[in-house]
Design a protein around this ligand. Structure first.
Ligand code: CP
Ligand code: NVA
Length: 318
């Protein structure tokens, strides 16, 4: 059973095909796509808010010929204590795949163990792999030659440097650490000492036999030096609302200002998973910069997730 709950669930050798498929789906949008999910229903269990992820998955499943069933956690019995194990077994009898957004990454791992259908991680506190794949594709679109192969898209990422600013011990930073390792990119993260990448991502890299070669610094200007991408995310993630005041004070020195962005490479791209809080983690002028590709990132969630769905879906038996 193929699941997609972390970046490395696709091997490096599978990436050219996946990226090429995402690009062909993007170029062909407006014409019917191969209905690889025809006759299938995919359940989407969300325990947190979402604009991009929810809409792009619902639209993507529909465009691939399938039916999306959105289930707010509180509408189903899991919100009243039914176990993950039983929920997984029951849903596996009804639907053909699961898209899950929740807090604890171990809950998604538990689902994969008890489901007999593919599971896709739509964000946990630990990782947000769909975002990283769409982001990598978005940067590769800029860097690879027009008309190149999927291999060219993926190769355009190799050796590039991403600078990640702000909260460097939560889902987006963790996911970029793992993604950079998979895509052969360099990553430097800058934040306060208390926000350094944590044990969980280090343990994940070790388990996979990957080098712990990310750089962490408390100096934002050191991180962005020679960077091809400057990336940030909200300072207060979903579930951290009670810490908002403290986070805003402690992370303030890591805001992506026009001055900080100008200290990266002259052709560096600005990226943000969104939603953004202008005037907090990033200045409005940076969001509006011609080298800001935030809305391309958002659009590419749709195309990349359709390619991911097509790759993990199991065809109905004839
Ligand atoms: N970037 C992202 O996942 O956005 P949503 O929370 O709106 O889905
Ligand atoms: N770190 C953010 C990402 C939102 C897409 C959060 O978890 O709220």
């Amino acid at each position: 059973m193929k699941h997609f709950i972390k970046e490395t669930d696709f091997a490096a050798s599978e990436l050219p095909g996946l990226f090429a498929h995402a690009r062909s789906l993007k170029q062909g949008r407006g014409r019917p796509a191969a209905p690889v999910l025809a006759g299938q229903t995919w359940a989407m269990i969300f325990s947190k808010s979402s604009t991009r992820t929810r809409v792009s998955f619902e639209v993507g499943i529909h465009e691939l010929g399938g039916n999306a069933l959105f289930l707010n956690k509180n509408d189903i019995q899991i919100g009243r204590g039914e176990t993950i194990q039983d929920t997984a077994k029951v849903l596996s009898r009804f639907v053909h795949g699961l898209v899950v957004r929740t807090f604890d990454h171990q809950d998604v791992e538990a689902l994969t163990q008890h489901c007999s259908i593919p599971v896709i991680n739509a964000l946990t506190d630990f990782l947000h792999p769909c975002q990283i794949y769409a982001d990598a594709f978005t940067a590769a679109e800029r860097w690879s030659r027009p008309g190149g192969t999927g291999g060219d898209l993926v190769a355009s990422l190799r050796g590039r440097k991403i600078a990640y600013l702000g909260d460097t011990c939560f889902n987006m930073a963790n996911s970029w650490i793992l993604g950079a390792s998979l895509f052969g990119m360099k990553i430097a993260l800058a934040g306060p000492a208390g926000y350094a990448p944590g044990e969980e991502i280090r343990a994940q890299l070790k388990r996979e036999g990957r080098p712990l070669d990310f750089q962490f610094t408390t100096d934002p200007f050191a991180a962005v030096k020679d960077a091809d991408i400057v990336y940030t995310d909200v300072w207060t993630s979903m579930g951290q609302e009670s810490e908002s005041g403290q986070r805003t004070a402690e992370l303030a020195p890591y805001a992506v200002t026009a001055k900080l962005f100008a200290a990266a490479k002259p052709d560096a791209l600005f990226m943000h998973c969104l939603p953004a809080h202008a005037g907090e983690e990033v200045e409005q002028a940076v969001l509006d910069n011609p080298r800001s590709i935030i809305f391309d990132q958002a659009e590419n969630r749709l195309h990349m997730q359709k390619a991911i769905l097509a790759a993990v879906a199991r065809p109905l038996r004839a």
